[in-house]
Ligand binder design. Structure first.
Ligand code: SF4
Ligand code: SF4
Length: 404
């Protein structure tokens, strides 16, 4: 038997109590049985369900944490695979029988941070993301000069030059991913139609650094978060709107640990639901489609934004909203989070295909979401079958683009 860690900075020490409290009840494998509506869709953990091995579930991660703390086990490729194939979806945290807060998830985050600090990570599959963010300030190896290309034909204010009420924090994926760009264009048009005074930072917009945090480089994230808060404060905007659920989650939940934010952080779906409620936008056109909604983990379980997207879809005339068996806090992750899409694309694709089958099971014609990462991965999973769209675009279709 090894000896308990003597390193006072070992991230696992912060979660050791949680690791030892895991009672191996195995509830972190399935959604709450009271919520069960279809026995085929009970699983909640993508890597555990895919690999059917204890180490891939949250319960196994608690065991790994105990083993590393006590010096009973050491890093191997299999161990690192188990730690980094977790999508950080938070499903285990939602159903854990003993956690009063985010315990299982905190253990997994600490395992990643420890692996990075001890030089065992980033994994080769994640290195490209780190290098790209370091060199280009985005994870997609795209030049800064193209960051505002999506907005070129729109008259959007430059918030780095003039003061605006609302800063639209576009995010790297909406800025560079051609399939995602129509949704953020639709959002900008809706904001214009509602008469909002808003702008973007364009080429000056930084990466929110969510991928850096999720892959375990806590120090790198803290440096970027501090710098980003200073930049966002300097715009003088009173609200920052984030359409990407990854950006939204770190801006809202993580950044406040690194500096005071002189602005309110709001997701795009919350803003649009507010505009509909105030009558500043009207969803007048029928969109006669049977739509189901996929809760992005970072919008739903991380920030508890469950109602606004549903209110928004329900406001569209002609649209029939049907729910999947796994929804809200019991949602099934699309599979792309936590760096999984980049380093383990086969697992990400399998999780997305599983979600598309669930959408088909309720007779949906359209799978809608509110996150460019989810939409991109689900599109891959649908293989050209089920239509995958952003709810931003569904609302724009109903409001009618001629009003812009
Ligand atoms: S966060 Fe999600 S993927 Fe990771 S162990 Fe928990 S349920 Fe599984
Ligand atoms: S639900 Fe919580 S206590 Fe139960 S096995 Fe999973 S992590 Fe451990």
């Amino acid at each position: 038997m090894g000896s308990f860690t003597r390193n006072p900075f070992d991230p696992l020490l912060q979660v050791s109590k949680d690791a030892y409290r895991c009672g191996k009840c195995m509830l972190c494998k399935y959604i709450d049985h009271n919520e069960m509506s279809d026995i085929r869709f009970l699983n909640i953990c993508p890597p555990g369900t895919r690999y059917q091995y204890e180490a891939y579930f949250a319960s196994g991660k608690q065991e790994i944490a105990r083993g590393l703390l006590q010096g009973d086990i050491d890093y191997t490729d299999r161990l690192l695979h188990a730690i980094f194939t977790c999508t950080l979806c938070g499903g285990c945290q939602a159903v854990c029988s003993v956690a009063g807060d985010k315990n299982p998830l905190k253990t997994i985050v600490a395992l990643r941070e420890k692996a990075v600090r001890e030089g065992m990570a980033p994994l080769p599959g994640h290195q490209a993301i780190f290098t790209s963010i370091e060199n280009y300030d985005n994870p997609w190896q795209q030049p800064r000069s193209r960051r505002d290309a999506w907005a070129r034909r729109l008259r959007v204010k430059d918030a780095s030059r003039e003061k605006v009420d609302i800063l639209l924090f576009v995010g790297c994926t909406y800025a560079y991913n051609a399939a995602a760009q129509p949704a953020v264009r639709d959002l900008a048009l809706l904001m214009s139609a509602a008469g909002l005074d808003f702008g973007i930072l364009g080429r000056e917009e930084p990466c929110c650094a969510s991928p850096v945090l999720r892959i375990g480089d806590y120090e790198g994230f803290s440096r970027r978060a501090e710098a980003n808060i200073r930049l966002l404060n300097s715009t003088g905007a009173s609200r920052v709107v984030a359409p990407c659920s990854g950006c939204y989650s770190v801006l809202k939940e993580e950044y406040p640990d690194f500096g005071e934010e002189g602005f309110e952080v709001i997701s795009a779906v919350e803003l649009l639901a507010e505009l509909l409620q105030e009558g500043r936008l009207e969803a007048g056109r029928e969109v006669p489609r049977r739509v189901t909604y996929h809760d992005p983990c970072h919008l739903g379980r991380y920030c508890e934004v469950y109602d606004a997207p549903r209110e928004l879809l329900s406001a569209i005339p002609g649209l029939e909203l049907v729910e999947m068996p796994r929804r809200r806090e019991n949602s099934w992750c699309c599979g792309s989070g936590g760096g999984v899409k980049t380093a383990f694309p086969e697992l990400a694709l399998w999780a997305a295909e599983t979600r598309v089958r669930e959408a088909e099971s309720v007779g949906a014609e359209v799978l809608a979401s509110a996150c460019p990462w989810c939409e991109s991965n689900l599109r891959d999973g649908s293989r050209g079958g089920m239509e995958v769209v952003s709810i931003l675009s569904l609302l724009a279709e109903s409001v009618g683009k001629e009003v812009f």
